[in-house]
Design a binder for this molecule. Structure first.
Ligand code: NAD
Length: 355
């Protein structure tokens, strides 16, 4: 019997999901269904074009475009966006983009309660989680509030065709990381195990195809489907050593989010492999390999994603500090999180060793 089958609580707040090629065409209808009459469209500066297109499609029910979302939702950006929403008298937000843009929508929703319609264009999964993050004085704080869970999500694989392989690979590995931790989370449940296994399967099959042939719309659709499942898992369970380490490394050493996930994942899986054998068996099966940690490492390599912390800006002298920070506040993880084990994990990840 799997761990999560012994005793569990299933309490899933669901979003309305519209999935498929050209699903973006339903944008105006979906905003109306939400009761929106003055939608504020959010994006990063790089994706302003698609935000303007969204606004054009909304026509009279658009109130404006705020194209200034940036990574990790700095509080200054959140304040500026909240003020814009107030000034324009917006009654909902349409967030078109990755986790950074959807995160900005959540920052607005957290304060104002405005409903969010998310149009994700990466595989981060934020669009189906009640998790928000805000960065103040260099420190990222995260929390959970159902108010920030987008009410509607439009997944259109066409919008991911422009996602370059160097973003798509790590973004997909980041999604797989949500699934891996969902398989051994103490508050997991059999439904989340199903979602996690299917998320890993879909992403592991689709990502190499996405990288090989970025215009393959079927591969893009399957990757996006896997990302949706992985986001649901992330929103439903508590995170373990993998996510905590990534947050520590990202926050303290300013390493790129999805790339850190990609590098750490095989080593975090190896760290937990002996204490979470059933989770590893399910993961290996979903990956189509014998050994999950090595399968994750090989997948990252096959999609051209970074595999070593030294490749992505981690200073060698920071490993001990990172291990200290990661072991300061104990958290639920199958294997106890102690300094020596974490330092060994980090050293292997720094070198990019196959686990
Ligand atoms: P991102 O949103 O920062 O996007 C990365 C870059 O890719 C940006 O420049 C963006 O404009 C560009 N981009 C996005 N989609 C594109 C597309 N289809 N074509 C071309 N360019 C595109 O990256 P991300 O990995 O999606 O999100 C990372 C952030 O999300 C982090 O801050 C992370 O902490 C957060 N996150 C939050 C949750 C949650 O549940 N709250 C979950 C996952 C990630």
């Amino acid at each position: 019997m799997i761990q999560s089958m012994r005793k569990f609580t299933f309490d899933q707040a669901a979003s309305r999901v519209v999935f498929g090629v050209d699903a973006f065409d339903t944008l105006a209808d979906e905003v109306k269904l939400l009761g929106g009459k003055r939608a504020l469209v959010l994006s990063t500066p790089e994706q302003e074009g698609i935000a303007l297109e969204a606004s054009r499609r909304l026509g009279a029910i658009a109130s404006g475009v705020f194209p200034r979302a940036v990574m990790h939702v700095p509080i200054e950006t959140a304040r500026e966006a909240r003020e814009t929403a107030r000034r324009l008298n917006a009654d909902c937000c349409v967030a078109v983009g990755g986790g950074s843009t959807i995160g900005l929508g959540k920052a607005i929703a957290l304060e104002s309660g405005l409903p969010i319609l998310a149009v994700p264009t990466t595989y981060a999964g934020s669009e189906v989680t009640p998790i928000y993050g805000l960065t103040e004085d260099g420190l990222k704080k995260t929390g959970r509030d159902r108010k920030v869970l987008p009410k509607t999500v439009i997944y259109d694989p066409k919008l991911t065709l422009t996602l370059p392989p160097k973003i798509a690979g790590p973004s997909g590995m980041n999604a797989i990381a949500h699934c891996i931790e969902g398989l051994y989370a103490p508050d997991g449940n059999p439904i989340m195990t199903l979602f996690a296994a299917e998320g890993i399967r879909a992403l592991a099959q689709a990502l190499p195809r996405v990288i090989r042939a970025p215009e393959d719309i079927d591969a893009r659709a399957e990757a996006l489907y896997g990302a949706w499942l992985s986001g649901i898992v992330l929103g439903a369970v508590s995170i373990g050593i993998h996510h905590k380490l990534c947050h520590t490394l990202g926050g303290t050493f300013n390493l790129p989010h999805a790339e850190v996930h990609t590098v750490i994942l095989p080593h975090a899986a190896r760290f937990n492999a002996e204490t979470a054998p059933e989770a590893m068996r399910i993961a290996a099966n979903a990956l189509g390999v014998d050994d999950a940690p090595r399968g994750l490492y090989d997948l990252a390599q096959s999609v051209g994603a970074p595999i070593a912390l030294k490749q992505i800006g981690m200073p060698a002298h920071g490993l001990e500090r990172a291990a200290e920070l990661a072991t300061q506040n104990p958290y639920a993880n199958p294997r106890p999180v102690e300094y020596n084990g974490v330092l060994e994990l980090l050293r292997n990840a720094y070198a990019g060793a196959r686990p």
